[in-house]
Design a protein around this ligand. Structure first.
Ligand code: NI
Length: 450
């Protein structure tokens, strides 16, 4: 900073020159003090994380053993709320469903940063042999199933509880406010949990300047994958009913066969991706997840129905593909002399990281886990309702690898698999990452509005 003052100082008269010099020195010493404060905070985060490491592992095991489906996160929410209250935070419960919010007002003035963890589990029967394996069972969509934290949200909750404890211990030195957002129903698309929390005002009072979140997944334990811009897809659902005309299986010309028409629609929809979309702009997927028709071998049924999902990473492509889907299904049905009803249910929007914010925070990630542990990752066609927060405020969502060292990454079970396994060594790393991201963001001030 002082070097930049030099040309001006050499030409300036004596008194203003001394004043400028004094101002420059004051600014330099202020900056030096701030960076010393920040280094002290960084060391304190490391020290505090080490102290609570075992507790974070215990919380995660407890939550893992007691998974709760979307909109049923009562036990998890209570565990979180009790913990935040014990830390002395301002706590709000029942925010947009089972959401819990903890507000930590630092001892120094500064911006407001939000950190988010999702709390819900999935209707998956755990097949990993752990001492704290889930044995919870439920009925889901009329079927008996286990319940499992197969997407690793148990890790997210434990990491954010740990981060709250670390930052609460540094309250007096914090240059701003931290809002801890524990969100329900991330897996509960299309409504989800972020939207209802936003409607309940989670991004206001105090107004959030930026939001951060992480997601665990396959990747070497403790490594970080990140990307600016679109990182997760819009996930839109659809349902198509093909109207046929029931007839004898031996006399198809007397009716309209909705199974053959439906099969043509299944294949026709695939050509939207393979022949009609510019996949150099962005990848996209259309999947039919269920197709139902008929009762026995010699009756052509009256109707067929199918449901599916469309995944897109580009807003224009999203609109275009959904329009083509409707047109393709209706036109194929029309060509067979019948009709198809197409219903599209818009789901989570595209998750888009704020490029400037991501670039600003990557040096923090590198400092915390090491340069060689941070890599850029490709976007995913999975959906994520962190996207709803990022529609409202600048956000940065990144991946934390939890595949144990020595395990072949190519054979690591993906999220949502009954074999999904998270290495606990990544938990304290997650706490250090979230704590440092919060502190560095606050110290750097709110992003400039364009
Ligand atoms: Ni998830």
């Amino acid at each position: 900073m002082l070097l930049a003052f030099k040309p001006y100082l050499q030409k300036a008269p004596m008194l203003p020159r001394l004043l400028s010099l004094a101002a420059g020195l004051a600014l330099a010493s202020q900056l030096a003090a701030q960076s010393a404060d920040l280094s002290a905070l960084h060391s304190a985060i490391d020290k505090q994380t080490t102290l609570i490491e075992a507790k974070v592992v215990d919380w995660r095991r407890d939550i893992h053993q007691h998974p709760e489906l979307s909109t049923h996160e009562m036990r998890t929410a209570k565990l979180v709320a009790d913990h935040l209250r014990a830390l002395g935070l301002e706590v709000q419960t029942g925010v947009g469903g089972n959401g819990v919010v903890g507000i930590l007002r630092g001892g120094k003035r500064g911006p407001v940063v939000a950190l988010r963890a999702d709390m819900d589990a999935l209707p998956v029967t755990e097949m990993v042999d752990l001492p704290f394996k889930s044995t919870v069972r439920t009925t889901y969509n009329g079927q008996e199933t286990g319940v499992m934290h197969a997407c690793g949200h148990d890790n997210h909750v434990a990491i954010l509880m740990g981060t709250a404890e670390v930052l609460a211990s540094l309250k007096a030195q914090l240059p701003g406010t931290v809002k801890f957002i524990f969100q329900p129903a991330e897996e509960g698309a299309p409504i989800g949990g972020a939207g209802p929390m936003i409607e309940a005002g989670v991004l206001e009072n105090p107004k959030v300047d930026a939001i951060f979140g992480l997601h665990v997944g396959p990747g070497l334990s403790g490594t970080i994958g990140w990307r600016g811009g679109a990182i997760a897809a819009a996930a839109d659902g659809f349902r198509i009913i093909v109207h046929g005309k029931q007839t004898h299986g031996a006399l198809p010309s007397l009716g309209i066969d909705p199974i053959v028409v439906g099969a043509q629609i299944v294949l026709g929809l695939q050509t939207i991706i393979s022949r009609q979309s510019d996949l150099m702009t962005a990848p996209a997927v259309v999947t039919i997840g269920a197709f139902h028709a008929g009762l026995r071998e010699n009756i052509i049924p009256d109707s067929a129905w199918m449901i599916g999902t469309v995944r897109t990473l580009n807003a224009e492509m999203r609109t275009d593909i959904l329009a083509r889907l409707k047109r393709t299904a209706e036109s194929i049905a029309q060509s067979a002399g019948t009709t198809a009803d197409v219903r599209i249910d818009l789901g989570y929007p595209i998750t888009i990281n704020d490029v400037a914010l991501a670039n600003r925070m990557v040096p923090t990630l590198r400092r915390v886990v090491g340069d060689d542990q941070v890599h850029t990752s490709s976007a995913s066609l999975t959906g994520e309702d962190f996207s709803r927060f990022e529609e409202k405020v600048p956000g940065f969502f990144f991946g934390l690898g939890v595949t144990p060292k020595g395990k072949d990454l190519r054979t690591a079970a993906p999220n949502h698999s009954p074999l999904f396994f998270a290495d606990e060594a990544a938990l304290p790393i997650g706490v250090r990452i979230m704590s440092n991201v919060a502190v560095d963001f606050l110290a750097g001030g709110a992003p400039q509005k364009p």
